[in-house]
Write a protein that binds this ligand. Structure first.
Ligand SMILES: Cc1cc2nc3c(=O)[nH]c(=O)nc-3n(C[C@H](O)[C@H](O)[C@H](O)COP(=O)(O)OP(=O)(O)OC[C@H]3O[C@@H](n4cnc5c(N)ncnc54)[C@H](O)[C@@H]3O)c2cc1C
Length: 475
């Protein structure tokens, strides 16, 4: 009897266990590949992860993460790895203005793009003049853009006659949190994308999806179990030092920081943009435009403030607070059923300040003081509540900054080196730095590998369908 020798499985090394690397893995398992995932930290999830509070042993998110129903690839990834049940879709976005008035944005009976018209007309924090200006602005955004190169979205808004209140109470709250950038540094195309894809095409697209457990449970524990069940070799606290190339410029593999060589037929570098340059040998930097591109990107900060009060303070599960330092409040007691250990009546809130350039200069105590002051202006009863515990977490490099023209500096996932791919929210996906963008980049890198193996497969999921009326008006 002759034994048939099967060819060895192609070896794939993925560097970085954030959502981009994990998404690539999720598409490459079960395809006869030998997959190794290297993660320099002791946990998965990258920027979408939690840390353990040493005082209580509880998981605390590095920052609140929210998705939207239009994030179809993130939804696909969550379903693929069995964590779809750990985020909850909510049908409305609640705004609380500086006069204490509540406005709820919820889809009405009209088809997209007019599904939010009823809520918009009822919004109490905008005057008729503001609303007319915003309607004109949205109509202009719906059409293909004719924006001069280098124009910021603040300049675009001024050119389209927006009122100061429309800017401060409408455009800014939506866009600063969606894009993590201030309007006067923001790319116009990305701002348009948020409104077109998130609010105009499909009636469900805007609906927020909020984690019901800490991020560490979603993209950490559960993912680890799924990876083990799918025979993926995960190596924690194993940083990659460099990719290795032979004398003819062919990919050899990856060396770890301890000097171990991991041979590979394919490598995906799924690290943040400011790490990728270090991993590419100096001799190759000219061949990989991504290194130069990554060096041109800038970072934008986000500050998350976790507060545990001894009693309820916030009557919402989430609320947007336009016109304030605080931008969003998430009530983890209402959403996740969490309170301070040993204090059943306590309430756990997380405050988010995106593009927090103003706060990065302050120390944690000063940030806390300013946030508590703002919170007391919203809910005066918080003054008499006892603050049991708090955390101030500023991620200085939370996302790449969506400055005008930023997409020119975002490289594709395929590089000039055969077998070497990039992934990460910063690579060319057309999306801003989001979980959806990270997942898309991982899927695109995996598509590249499958193509090279002569098994071309479309992995990117389609967008939500565009309503007939939106198709007619937008395209
Ligand atoms: C504070 C904050 C709030 C955010 N809020 C939202 C939100 O509400 N909604 C949303 O959609 N997105 C949000 N984001 C953005 C989102 O978290 C990111 O876009 C996404 O998680 C990026 O995933 P990634 O895999 O591209 O990168 P990362 O998550 O950065 O993953 C890269 C991984 O590579 C590892 N690594 C780096 N160098 C090496 C090396 N040499 N060897 C091995 N491993 C290495 C890192 O440890 C990390 O785990 C937020 C981000 C932050 C920081």
């Amino acid at each position: 009897m002759t034994s048939v020798r099967r060819p060895p499985a192609p070896r794939v090394v993925i560097v970085g266990g954030g959502l981009a690397g994990l998404a690539a893995v999720s598409q490459l398992v079960d395809r006869g590949l030998e997959i190794t995932l290297l993660e320099s930290r002791p946990r998965l999830g990258g920027r979408a992860s939690s840390f353990i509070d040493p005082a209580t042993g509880e998981l605390v998110d590095n920052c609140q993460h929210v998705s939207m129903a239009c994030c179809t690839n993130l939804a696909d990834f969550r379903a693929r790895v069995g964590v779809a049940d750990l985020m909850r879709r909510t049908p409305e976005i609640v705004f609380l203005d500086t006069a204490g008035r509540v406005s709820r944005f919820r889809a009405g009976i009209l088809p997209a793009p007019f599904h939010l018209t009823g809520s918009f007309l009822k919004a109490r924090f905008l005057s008729l003049l503001d609303k007319l200006a915003i309607a004109r602005g949205l109509a202009a955004l719906a059409r293909p853009l004719a924006s001069p190169p280098g124009e910021t979205f603040a300049q675009w808004l001024a050119r389209h006659g927006q009122t100061p209140r429309a800017i401060a109470f409408f455009w800014s709250p939506v866009l600063v949190s969606a894009l993590n950038e201030q309007l006067d540094r923001m790319d116009v195309g990305h701002a348009r994308k948020v409104f077109v894809d998130g609010f105009l095409r499909n009636r469900e697209a805007f609906e927020p999806e909020i984690p019901t457990v800490p991020l560490g449970d979603i993209f950490g524990t559960r993912l680890e179990r799924w990876l083990a069940n799918n025979e993926v070799m995960v190596r924690f606290t194993t940083g990659a030092r460099s990719i290795e190339i032979d004398g003819e410029g062919g990919l050899v593999g990856v060396t770890t920081r301890t000097g171990e060589l991991l041979p590979a037929d394919f490598v995906i570098l799924a690290t943040p943009f400011n790490r990728v340059g270090d991993l590419i040998p100096a001799a190759l930097r000219d061949r990989i435009w991504a290194v130069e591109a990554a060096a041109s990107l800038e970072a934008s900060p986000i500050t998350g403030i976790h507060l545990w009060f001894d009693r309820p303070v916030c009557p919402f599960d989430h609320v947007v607070t336009p016109g304030r330092l605080i931008q969003w409040v998430f009530n983890h007691t209402a959403i996740q059923g969490r309170s301070a250990p040993g204090a059943d009546q306590s309430e756990y809130l997380q405050i988010v300040v995106s593009a927090s350039y103003e706060l990065v200069r302050l120390d944690k105590a000063a940030v806390l003081e300013r946030v508590l002051e703002d919170l007391a202006a919203i809910w005066p009863e918080s003054r008499s509540a006892v603050l049991l515990r708090s955390w101030v977490v500023t991620e200085h490099g939370a996302t790449f900054a969506v400055r005008p023209g930023v997409d020119h500096d975002r490289p594709r996932q395929r590089t000039a080196i055969d077998g070497l791919f990039l992934a990460g929210d910063w690579t060319a996906t057309g999306w801003p730095a989001t979980m959806e963008g990270a997942v898309r980049s991982g899927y695109l890198a995996a598509e590249g590998i499958l193509q090279d193996l002569d098994r071309p497969t479309r992995l990117i999921r389609p967008d939500l369908p565009t309503s007939w009326l939106a198709r007619w008006l937008l395209e």
